[in-house]
Design a protein around this ligand. Structure first.
Ligand SMILES: Nc1ncnc2c1ncn2[C@@H]1O[C@H](COP(=O)(O)OP(=O)(O)OP(=O)(O)O)[C@@H](O)[C@H]1O
Ligand SMILES: O=P(O)(O)OC[C@H]1O[C@](O)(CO)[C@@H](O)[C@@H]1O
Ligand SMILES: [Mg+2]
Length: 460
């Protein structure tokens, strides 16, 4: 999909008439390498060849509106009630974002009231809309020290009109939705329904997901903390595998459709021989298949360490009745339920090595929720705080149906609909995957004899 400048423009509720309480701080600022001035824009693409390909003057090249405080704002802060909700799976940093939103809204803009809706979008239904938490700086002072979300979260669909009714009944003027792809989709429908009813309510998304599968953001918050924790499990399994005869260490990590956690954690731990991700299918059998490669590594090195994203190799579980298929179907939010590729791999590797005369010592770890239920690390803490500041500035300036994101290290406004227009995935031709191949020395693909012709050899 080719994007044009107009696709990247975010909606404004109207003219900004009020002086911002931060106006004085902004009076002397101009664009510099470290500051995007009001009215300036951040390029979508950043290579000479991509820019040249547009054949457009700089002002027409696709770009995002820079985030940050404006001198004039849309809402009168003294009249504003803000709402906050966290939805979907947990992610390190949710509490940091809540805290950042509350502090900025209360301390700098001094808004009238801040309401936290409980248990995800369920909190915006008729049955739950009155069970809100009154959020103040004192209430959120220490919440960043804990993982999870003080507001609670959930999966499962809600009616957009019912959610709008809740905002109207609770007098909400600016609504912050902290969520992943599902949450951003729900926020899009929410802002569409608000618009259809001609209401003056801003909806700002703060994208989160440990899977890092959202587009138009360099990395989603919490991802760094999550993969850092995953690294510990890879190190443990590597030690165990290396200390055992024919040791096989397998770590299965979250990542439904995107293998970023597996790739980054494997690079950070630097002990993995094989990384398997959803973006790159693999064959088990055959001379170029995964099992043959594992056997070769055990023979050469004495042990092997495999890092596996949960969404990898799902096609291998597709046959009806296949072991570890786990029924499939979808969860309450419509996300595909995955089969257990880790268990399948464990069984198949054990059978293969045993048949090859290398009976393995199997060390299998599935850290599951342990990587996402933790508090944010210092890097994510700073990132969450800055995203929260950007979200508040966007809302107070009357931006709506927009997400705040960091793009090419600048904070920008992204139309909400774009956040769900594609999925961020590891590019098999990109430099991240190249680094994984360089580090693990695994071949670019584990193919079968039939496609041996097109399968490049490993690096070492
Ligand atoms: N197409 C949709 N229309 C309306 N609401 C949706 C849609 N998709 C998801 N939602 C709602 O958004 C909320 C969050 O979605 P989901 O459970 O998929 O998590 P998420 O936001 O994608 O987070 P994560 O991927 O990090 O777990 C849920 O309450 C879900 O019902
Ligand atoms: O919370 P649940 O429904 O068990 O979801 C787990 C899923 O959530 C995520 O953490 C984020 O979508 C995935 O990596 C994982 O598959
Ligand atoms: Mg999701």
């Amino acid at each position: 999909m080719t994007l044009h400048l107009d696709d990247l423009r975010v909606r404004h509720l109207g003219e900004c008439r009020y002086d911002s309480p931060l106006a004085e701080m902004l009076s002397t600022k101009q664009t510099s390498p470290h500051y995007v001035a009001e009215g300036d824009r951040v390029l979508l693409e950043d290579t000479v060849s991509m820019l040249a390909g547009h054949r457009l003057p700089p002002a027409r090249v696709p770009s995002f509106e820079g985030a940050g405080p404006r001198r004039k704002i849309y809402f009168d802060p003294a009249q504003v009630t803000a709402g906050i909700v966290t939805c979907g799976g947990l992610c390190p940093g949710l509490n940091n974002v809540i805290r950042g939103l509350v502090q900025e809204l209360a301390v700098h803009y001094q808004v009238k009231r801040i309401l936290g809706f409980r248990n995800g979008l369920q909190g915006l239904t008729a049955d739950h809309r009155h069970d809100t938490v009154e959020l103040t700086p004192a209430h959120v002072r220490d919440i960043h020290k804990d993982g999870g979300t003080i507001l609670g979260s959930s999966r499962g669909g809600q009616d957009a009109d019912e959610m709008v009714d809740s905002l109207v009944l609770r007098g909400v003027d600016v609504m912050f939705v902290i969520g992943g792809d599902g949450g951003m989709r729900a926020a899009t429908y929410l802002s569409d329904a608000i618009r259809a009813r001609g209401l003056d309510i801003a909806v700002i998304g703060v994208p989160k997901t440990i899977d890092n599968d959202l587009p138009f953001t360099d990395q989603s918050f919490g991802f760094q903390s999550a993969f850092a924790r995953a690294t510990d499990f890879i190190s443990s399994v590597s030690v165990e595998a290396a200390s055992s005869p024919n040791g096989v260490g397998i770590v299965k990590l979250m990542g439904r459709h995107s293998g970023f956690i597996a790739s980054y954690a494997a690079l950070a731990a630097n002990g993995a021989d094989i990384v398997l991700i959803p973006e790159i299918p693999f064959a088990l059998e055959g001379p170029d298949g995964l099992l043959a490669h594992i056997e070769q590594r055990v023979r050469a090195k004495g042990y092997v360490v495999i890092v596996l994203a949960e969404g990898a190799g799902q096609d291998l579980l597709d046959q009806p009745g296949a072991a570890h298929r786990n029924g499939r179907g979808t969860d309450a939010s419509g996300n595909l339920k995955l089969g257990n590729i880790g268990e399948l791999l464990k069984d198949r590797v054990a059978a293969h090595l045993t048949a090859a005369g290398l009976p393995p010592t199997m060390r299998y770890i599935d850290p599951s929720y342990a990587i996402r239920s933790i508090a944010a690390n210092p890097y994510d803490s700073v990132y969450c705080l800055r995203l929260a500041h950007a979200a508040v500035h966007a809302a107070m300036a009357g931006r709506t149906a927009a997400a705040v994101a960091r793009w090419r290290r600048r904070f920008v406004h992204v139309p909400l609909s774009l956040m769900t227009s594609r999925r961020n995935q590891v590019d098999p031709d990109g430099d991240l995957w190249m680094s994984v191949l360089e580090t693990t020395c695994q071949p670019a693909e584990f193919g079968t004899a039939a496609d041996r012709e097109k399968v490049p050899m490993g690096f070492c």
